[in-house]
Design a protein around this ligand. Sequence first.
Ligand code: IMP
Ligand code: MG
Length: 195
Amino acid sequence: MEIGPELINQQQLAVRINQMGEQITRDLQHHRHTPLTLVPVLTGALVFTADLIRSIPVKMSIRPVTTASYHGATESSGKVDIRGDLPTDLAGAHVLITDDILDSGRTLGLLSRVIRSQNPASLRIAVLLRKNKPLGREEHVDADYVGFDIEDEFVVGYGLDYDGYFRNHPAIGLLRAPDTAPDTAPNTHPRDTLA
Ligand code: IMP
Ligand code: MG
């Protein structure tokens, strides 16, 4: 597989992520004396989070968790694993989970339930992409901050992978089989979502 038509370019990503950072920073003013605990969902949130945090000039600690739900395919395995240590000291903390994409909702549903059970002072979710699911998600998740709403298609780049690859591609594109689809722009334009 290879990267096909571009869906969101580098400039669109930079502008929107900066806006998200500003909005998150504004919302944090209510409790600006308590540090933020950021929980990026690795590996997909790596690139998004690295850019986002540079637009959030507050005291924060970063406590990544690793999850896996796709095993080399473009369809979810239906099972989410949390790998590695999830922070266990989140009681009273202001927590922001960051992830690359809200798809079935299983990953963020599981994580937010596990974190909420520790009684944080607040829990918010920021995702770069939210996939439109005409038939609904497996698990309902409300993301507080959403970069772009996209159609229900498999995308790669900017942290998102197919079979472990393409995460370093600087923009977001559709995945395609080699030497097939013509190189035309897709009919799915992302729409900014103000959350
Ligand atoms: P969930 O289905 O909402 O639990 O999403 C789980 C994970 O699947 C996301 O964090 C991504 O890592 C991955 N994922 C979902 N859709 C895509 C996609 O279109 N491209 C690449 N990874 C995806
Ligand atoms: Mg991921």
